[in-house]
Write a protein that binds this ligand. Structure first.
Ligand SMILES: Nc1ncnc2c1ncn2[C@@H]1O[C@H](COP(=O)(O)OP(=O)(O)OP(=O)(O)O)[C@@H](O)[C@H]1O
Length: 716
């Protein structure tokens, strides 16, 4: 027997790390182990309150010399106070490890074991002895990784169960019992946690991270990790916990360089935005790729699928590189600098040499432009020295600022405005042809050109893909600063040019790339991970695969997986760790009754516990909204927080990615497929829609189901 719920008292003396005595309210140690654990919870919470009170009592008046420092310190204190909040419904600890020996101590005979409570954050008592250990600390790692086969010096792993903030159960695993290795190891508490109905935004999974997930979470900061995973395998959860882990392990470095989570759209970001604060991490940026590149032009236009595909192609980087440097010209006359009564002349061929040398170097266009006047000034200085003068560096600076030098630089190496440059490329056929020669075909160039040439940067109808081009051009001029770590979620949808945009934001840092090729729904998507990682600038990244599904019930994932041969032939079907088979029905109804049937199915789902998502082709959303209104059923938009009162969300299929609902009603699959420019993309969109359900899925259709789904099942 590996596990037991509410087991008899543990034979290990109930001693907490650092010797903090667990005591009952009346100083007599409780005998019931559950009572003992509750007592430890109560004292830990008291200790946390004391920690918070200590911070609140800090008086910084005397320690800060100026108001800037004071403001920074005050902000840090406020953050710390927020991080030290005792949230009634967030358990302070969720596990306990009883080590055979004190970690780090010599494993000499007689070395004492030690007990650690594992929680979301570190809590210590008045003497500074730990009462709860942060889940990210090295000592906590065996909680996620230890097994009977590899116990990692742990004797006992205990998981705690909570009901409404109250500690109500625990479950023990004796890891020294090697005989039971591999035997039924399913944890009841873990299973309950996985199957808990979902309401509200995404939550952390810190109590139940699985070993293969933990390996990704704790991977070294230096390397980029790419995770391919079927729907619901925890990619997003893993990415968010990885940021939290890295911030713990490399706090100073990342506080300096910054971290960022990139997601597909605003509703998705709203859905995940509370996970990191719940883990105590308040300073992680969140953005879509459009946000990242959106600062320079207003995006108001759209592209045809074909234009977007070409604009997203990595060959565009070469076109832009050529175009940016196109203005550089070779001198035809010397640069003559007049200082006092003397004239210094740098002949054209020498200036040309300088220009050519700068063109050949791997530096940004803007940096080279800054270097050019200094180089010309240097050539002047060499002449001054030859003439017996002894100029110092101030003279060199003065010469570099001389009007003749400035004028030469202006002609030889003109300023490039990235947005104006892209505007010209997309408006001026000859200019585009000149720089796309041998890179893009004539037909491709024709697709790129705007039907109505843009008159100015302000008035042009920039598309999202154009903004990426402008961002690339801007980076060719001035290097984009790099962050310390970037998590890129739903990465399968990015174009090569978008990968480059994200990649330049982590050139000196690392990235976690998360996605599922089968869920790629953009015509410009990069076909595979190896290629994507090259565009990101991280060709050596390790690609890991997650296959254990935590969201979708077994029957539902099997049904959705019928699409895999058509949409991603190489990928394996996900397994489901959910024990409940799930409610699953596919029903055909007459076309005239479809809306009413959908509304009725939503009503039925609302009678159950948890959130309900009605997913439909974007074009069907207004009609269904009217039908819901007509029936008096209130509904939310995706990303709006579901609550006990507002549990139904009307989700356009284009926004379903990454989200999940307890019960999903899926309207008319054929319309979801038809909403996309080609069948494969349509089927992938359908695959996303079919894999959002946690407990049950009802598919309603009037049109025939797409053939790829058809095998076997109908009307069940
Ligand atoms: N170890 C775990 N313990 C409990 N729940 C988990 C675990 N891993 C993932 N989950 C839950 O499974 C659900 C799916 O996770 P997540 O959204 O991260 O998956 P995903 O792989 O990003 O899915 P998709 O491909 O659809 O975007 C979430 O509710 C998440 O909390």
């Amino acid at each position: 027997m590996g596990r037991s719920l509410k087991s008899p008292p543990s034979p290990v003396a109930c001693r907490t790390p650092g010797g903090f005595a667990v005591s009952a309210p009346h100083s007599v140690g409780p005998v019931d182990p559950l009572e003992r654990e509750r007592a430890h919870l109560a004292s830990s919470r008291a200790a946390l309150r004391a920690m918070r009170a200590d911070v609140e009592a800090l008086d910084i008046k005397d320690v800060t010399a100026n108001w800037v420092n004071a403001a920074v310190l005050e902000r840090q204190i406020e953050d710390r106070i927020t991080a030290l909040a005792d949230l009634a419904h967030t358990p302070l600890f969720f596990g306990r490890l009883d080590y055979l020996h004190a970690p780090g101590a010599d494993r000499a005979e007689g070395a004492e074991g030690e007990q650690f409570y594992i929680g979301r954050r570190h809590v210590h008592d008045a003497d500074g002895d730990p009462m709860v250990i942060d889940w990210r600390a090295p000592v906590s790692q065996p909680f996620y990784r230890a097994s009977k086969k590899e116990p990692m010096d742990v004797r006992l792993r205990r998981r705690f169960g909570y009901t409404g903030g109250e500690l109500t159960a625990y479950e023990d695993e004796d890891l020294t019992d090697a005989a039971g290795a591999g035997a039924g190891t399913a944890s009841k508490l873990l299973q309950d946690e996985i199957e808990r109905p979902r309401v509200g935004p995404m939550r952390d999974i810190v109590a139940t991270i699985q070993p293969e997930q933990d390996e990704i979470v704790r991977a070294e900061i230096g390397g980029t990790v790419c995770v391919q995973g079927a729907p619901g395998t925890g990619k997003t959860a893993v990415g968010l916990h990885r940021v939290a882990y890295l911030l713990y392990a490399h706090r100073e470095r990342l506080a300096r360089t910054g971290t960022l989570v990139v997601g597909p759209n605003r509703s998705f970001l709203r859905y995940i935005e509370q996970v990191l604060p719940a883990l105590g991490e308040l300073n992680v940026g969140q953005a879509t790729v459009d946000d990242l590149v959106g600062g320079r032009v207003d995006v108001r236009g759209t592209d045809s699928a074909e234009a977007a595909r070409i604009k997203g192609d990595a060959r565009m980087a070469e076109v832009l590189r050529r175009a940016v440097r196109a203005g550089v010209t070779m001198p035809v006359e010397p640069v003559v600098v007049v200082r006092g009564s003397r004239r210094w002349r740098v002949p054209a061929h020498e200036v040309e040499e300088i220009v050519r040398e700068l063109l050949g170097r791997d530096i940004r266009y803007g940096a080279a432009r800054e270097a050019l006047p200094q180089r010309i000034a240097h050539a002047v200085l060499v002449r001054m020295e030859a003439a017996g003068e002894a100029p110092d560096d101030r003279v060199q600076d003065a010469v570099a600022r001389n009007a003749a030098v400035k004028a030469a630089v202006k002609t030889l190496w003109p300023v490039v405005d990235p947005a104006k440059l892209v505007l010209r490329l997309l408006s001026d056929a000859a200019f585009l042809a000149e720089h796309a020669e041998g890179v893009l075909t004539k037909e491709e160039q024709a697709v790129l050109l705007w039907a109505k040439p843009g008159r100015s940067v302000k008035s042009a109808k920039w598309s999202a893909a154009d903004a990426v081009l402008v961002d690339e051009a801007a980076d060719l001029v001035t290097r984009t600063p790099s962050l310390g770590h970037v998590v890129l979620d739903e990465a399968q949808d990015l174009s090569p040019m978008q990968y480059r945009a994200v990649g330049r934001r982590c050139t000196t840092g690392s990235a976690t790339v998360l996605g599922d090729i089968a869920q790629g729904t953009t015509p410009w998507a990069t076909p595979g991970w190896a290629e994507a990682l090259v565009h990101l600038g991280k060709p050596d990244a390790v690609v890991e695969e997650l296959t254990q599904g935590f969201r979708v019930p077994r029957e539902v994932i099997a049904y959705a997986s019928r699409l895999l041969p058509s949409i991603a032939p190489g990928l394996a079907e996900a397994t489901s760790v959910r024990e409940a088979a799930g409610d699953f029905a596919v029903r055909e109804v007459p076309a005239a009754e479809l809306d009413a049937a959908v509304v009725a199915a939503c009503g039925a789902a609302l009678r159950r516990e948890g959130s309900v998502g009605l997913i439909a082709a974007d074009a069907r959303v207004p009609g269904l909204a009217a039908a819901l209104d007509g029936a008096g059923l209130a509904y939310l938009a995706p990303g709006e927080e579901t609550s006990a009162e507002a549990r139904l969300t009307l989700v356009p299929a284009s926004l379903a990615k990454g989200l999940e609902y307890d019960y999903v009603v899926l309207d008319e699959p054929a319309a979801v497929v038809a909403g996309e420019p080609d069948e494969r993309t349509g089927l992938r969109r359908l695959y996303v829609a079919l894999t959002r359900a946690v407990s049950g899925l009802t598919v309603l259709h009037a049109e025939p189901l797409p053939a790829a789904l058809g095998r076997g099942r109908s009307g069940s």
